[in-house]
Design a protein around this ligand. Structure first.
Ligand SMILES: *Cc1c(COP(=O)(O)O)cnc(C)c1O
Length: 436
């Protein structure tokens, strides 16, 4: 054995940006010594040195203690590349553990899967990622798990909707795509009221999808949330090359998440975990700092355009929930971190919703054809700037009246800022505004 590195300070004392690069690359999960970058693991099954060791592996599987020196048995149970990524994701969110999944939706369904059973209720914000909404309205009801929606912009409204069977309060903040924020500490306050006097097994859990903000801009566990879910496909991968998901939180959820993943089978392939471990998460902070600067420049530019009727970006001084944004969206160094997503609406030639919708279609179609820096595509959080029309595309499964009530207009445009030079992005947006 070669000499182990023993840094003078414990890892937790380094800043997040540094820790996301060096992570736990010396790990009990895998005893490789001289690689600066973890090797790629690719082994469906593992050699066991004795029946006793095999039996021990099954006994220890899915216990939080097993992570220190796991006995690997079979890829679907546990595996080193995924395990190292999980350690670093937990550190990024300030959680005790992370469990990864094949996609963000596999992570969302696992979080809801371990927390609910037939006859129980989920209370969710009325606007959600499209597939999360259809999971709750199309599939979970078949297992007699029902979801009631409310406006968590008014957190107290959850008290009016939650029944004694409620087990989960679920939302995204910023809300995709309207950028409205939900006050996590306030939700915690009202969920504590629901939980008062309830036995442990009937407790309500708060689950937040933190994909939009990323752990660089916001760490929901610190605001009283019980579990965080992520689509790793977005900013955490960051380059648009892999899909993945994660559930992050305290150790008490680890066992059920691992057992659920083993039996439902939605594991993250080590071939997808590796680029997220080596390229994605280590560059998250550097990308977010720059993407967010660009978002501020673009928001500022759009705000000054007469053809633009509304720009919603948490970094703008006129953002309606500016105080909450400053409280909730901060980097782990304490800097305001309003993120890299923005939403805007065009005015249209007449002052009608239909005319605004037509203007947005002309604008986006022009970009789809003529723009170099901005790409018409769903998904978000890549080094390339992406644009889309949420009403007709990503949020098609949310009922129209619900979307309009929540401030999502048919002509609304969502922009995910990438790493291009912001002057070039503005030039392309300016050209497209010319045809509106
Ligand atoms: C993309 C996304 C998901 C789903 O993630 P996949 O990796 O596509 O399965 C869930 N929530 C939000 C907010 C997302 O943007």
């Amino acid at each position: 054995m070669s000499a182990e590195r023993t840094p003078k300070k414990p890892r937790e004392e380094y800043r997040l940006r540094t820790r996301l690069i060096h992570g736990s690359f010396a790990t009990g999960r895998w005893d490789y010594d001289h690689h600066v970058v973890p090797p790629q693991s690719s082994s469906a099954t593992y050699r066991l040195s004795s029946v006793h060791r095999g039996a021990q592996g099954f006994i220890e599987f899915a216990t939080p203690e097993s992570r220190r020196a796991p006995i690997y048995i079979y890829d679907r149970l546990d595996e080193p590349s995924r395990g190292m990524l999980e350690e670093n994701l937990a550190a990024a969110e300030g959680g005790e553990m992370a469990v990864t999944f094949a996609t963000g939706m596999a992570a969302v369904s696992a979080a809801l899967g371990i927390l609910t059973a037939a006859g129980e209720q989920i209370v969710a914000h009325r606007i959600l990622y499209g597939s999360t909404h259809s999971l709750m309205t199309s599939w979970l009801p078949r297992y007699k798990v029902r979801t009631d929606f409310c406006d968590l912009g008014d957190p107290e409204s959850l008290l009016r909707v939650a029944t004694k069977d409620c087990r989960v309060v679920y939302f995204e903040t910023p809300v995709n795509p309207t950028m409205e924020l939900i006050d996590m500490a306030a939700v915690r306050h009202f969920v504590d009221r629901l939980n008062a006097g309830r036995p442990e097994a009937e407790r309500v859990h708060i689950v937040v999808d933190n994909t939009f903000a990323t752990p660089y801009c916001q760490r929901p566990l610190a605001h009283g949330v019980d579990l965080v879910v992520h689509s790793l496909t977005k900013d955490i991968c960051g380059f648009g090359t892999e899909m993945g998901g994660a559930v992050i939180g305290p150790n008490s959820y680890y066992n059920h998440l691992m057992l659920y993943r083993k039996d439902f089978g939605g594991v993250l392939s080590p071939k997808n975990a590796w680029p997220i471990l080596v390229y994605g998460l280590p560059t998250l902070a550097a990308r977010m700092v720059n993407q967010q600067k660009t978002a501020m420049h673009i928001a500022d530019y759009l705000l000054r355009q007469p053809k633009v009727s509304r720009v919603i970006y948490p970094g703008l001084p006129n953002f309606p929930q500016h105080e909450l944004a400053r409280r909730q969206m901060t980097s782990s160094d304490g800097n305001f971190a309003p993120g890299s997503m923005l939403y805007f609406e065009l005015r249209g030639r007449e002052n009608t919703v239909e005319s605004a919708r037509q203007a947005a279609e002309r604008f986006v179609d022009y970009i789809a054809e003529k723009s170099y820096t901005v790409t018409l595509a769903v998904s978000l959080g890549q080094i390339k700037t992406l644009i889309e029309n949420p009403f007709s595309m990503t949020h098609a499964s949310v009922p129209d009246d619900e979307k309009i009530r929540s401030g999502l207009q048919p002509g609304g445009i969502r922009l995910s800022l990438g790493l291009e030079d912001w002057h070039d992005i503005i030039a392309d947006l300016e050209d497209a505004l010319g045809v509106v």
